[in-house]
Design a protein around this ligand. Sequence first.
Ligand code: PBG
Ligand code: ZN
Length: 334
Amino acid sequence: MSTRIATRPERVRPRRLRRTRAIRDLAAETHVTPAHCVMPHFVSGGLRGETEVPSLPGIAQLGVEDLVRQVAEEIELGIRSVLLFGHAREPADKTSDGRAAWDADGPVPVALRRLKAEFGDDVVVIADVCLCAYTDHGHCGIFEDGAVKNDLSLGPLARTALAYADAGADVVAPSDMMDGRVAAIRDGLDAAGHEEVLLLSYAVKYASAYYGPFRDAADSAPASGDRQGYQMDPRNVREALREAALDEREGADMLMVKPALAYLDVIRAVRESTRLPLFAYNVSGEYAAVKAAAANGWLDEARIVRENLTAMRRAGADRIITYHAREAAQRGWL
Ligand code: PBG
Ligand code: ZN
């Protein structure tokens, strides 16, 4: 009798699926492995030398040979993709148009050529494309009369992406948030014969306080004002779908939501709106907060990292860009 079934709750026992570790693994819906992670790296101009970034414990600006050594270890650990950020070698290299960004002898092109010579197609090298680390005003585009000029910024961004493609980048990843930059970069790459270079768009990038430590590492904080005129308002999610759809139409191959933890609902919404591979960026401030709490003994770092990365995957991210990647793989946290 159906009423009798309904009144016997002890017949239905979700806890059976939780009894042993092996059973829990059998029933697990979400997985995070090193292959799901992309490791970010900051490259400096020199050959050797690691400069620690105080607000990003465990992360350093690397000379190109130190970078090669670390990437070799990461490939060994199963992390087969890295994201490169450069910064101006000297404050004097910064200009109003950020031209050091597309200098073929700048830190990023040098690192790209070296990594490709060393590892070939065993690693996917992604180059962040932006101007903020190379402009004297610190904004992500061309800044004139107190404003960031959208259309004037597209040429320099496309040139930067082209310089990185010429140097061997597998993927270029524009993070500037100018309108139309995906189309401008795609056209520039195609015109130069780089039809096969992939474009990962920071399509959904919020104006977030979680980028603070990154700006220390890349020396890329705006000298005046903030980025709210071009990065997205954290109060919006419909706008995220609009940005994602636009970038897909302009030819992006892969999309990103950034930051991750405070935006899990956005990851889910974007996941359901596109068929493109979706990346979540577990940004510098999210990493620094975990590191600080762990250093104080207030949180169990291994378990927190696993829980956070699992949440991003469960929300719908196919891949996660995270500063935890290397250490988490090394120490068996995943
Ligand atoms: C540059 C850029 C930023 C990040 C990635 N690319 C900083 C910013 O937009 O201010 C943030 C990454 C992080 O915080 O880890 N446009
Ligand atoms: Zn920028």
